[in-house]
Design a protein around this ligand. Structure first.
Ligand code: MD3
Ligand code: FE
Length: 204
């Protein structure tokens, strides 16, 4: 385990190849039930290059009219989200939060997808760490400080890696600069899947 910054813990190779394959099977089943959708920016409606779906009681969605939010149903089908993959809970346990996660956001990156620098601040339970699981192609990940202008560093994230974003790093700006296509054979057609487990509401 490597502490990249205060509260930002990097667990390289947390999931072995067989476990990664199990997680991919679970994500495929989830996406069959809750299809990937293209989120859109609040107000402008500009589409994200990353496609998404969710597992858990609550899912993160965004569109022009409603903006960023968590909701209990799929934005296109209206159905409840599928269950969080059982193996993903092993990563959640590393975050040390007493209550279970409510959301597992599934991000799918094709070779050209990116995610701009942002903070994760749509959760009322801001004391709970966000737990990230990377699968498939590696990416160049960027993280900075609690203001957009603070200096940033970049690091690569590989298939099977887990990142715990808690403590002082919970509100740090971060994003995905680019994929490294062909860096993994886990997904036959390439691409990257990131699962982020989140506690949304304050427990109790
Ligand atoms: C915050 N996803 O969905 S994983 C997101 O790889 C998101 O798909 C990225 O940002 C992805 O909101 C990043 C979570 C993560 C990892 C490292 C961080 C968030 C971080 C380091 C500092 C601050
Ligand atoms: Fe984020």
């Amino acid at each position: 385990m490597i502490e990249l910054a205060p509260g930002l813990l990097y667990l390289p190779g947390f999931f072995d190849r067989a476990e990664q394959a199990t997680l991919i099977d679970d994500v495929r089943r989830a996406a069959a039930q809750a299809p990937l959708f293209t989120p859109r920016m609040p107000r402008t409606g500009k589409p994200f290059s990353v496609r998404m779906t969710n597992c858990g009681r609550l899912g993160w969605v965004s569109d022009a009219q409603g903006g960023y939010r968590y909701q209990a149903s799929h934005p296109e089908t209206g159905a409840p989200w599928p269950a969080i993959p059982a193996l993903a809970m092993r990563a959640w346990d590393e975050g040390g939060y007493a209550a279970p996660p409510e959301a597992c956001l599934v991000n799918f990156y094709d070779a050209t997808a990116r995610m701009g620098l942002h903070q994760d601040r749509d959760e009322a339970a801001i004391d709970a760490a966000v737990v990230s699981i990377s699968l498939g192609d590696s990416c160049v990940f960027r993280y900075g400080g609690q203001t957009r202008g603070a200096p940033t560093r970049s690091t690569k994230l590989h298939s099977g890696d887990v990142v715990i974003i808690g403590g002082e790093s919970r509100l740090c700006f971060h994003g995905v600069d680019r994929l490294l296509p062909g860096s993994s054979t886990l997904l036959p057609a390439g691409g990257r899947i990131n699962l982020t487990l989140r506690r949304v509401t304050a427990p109790g």
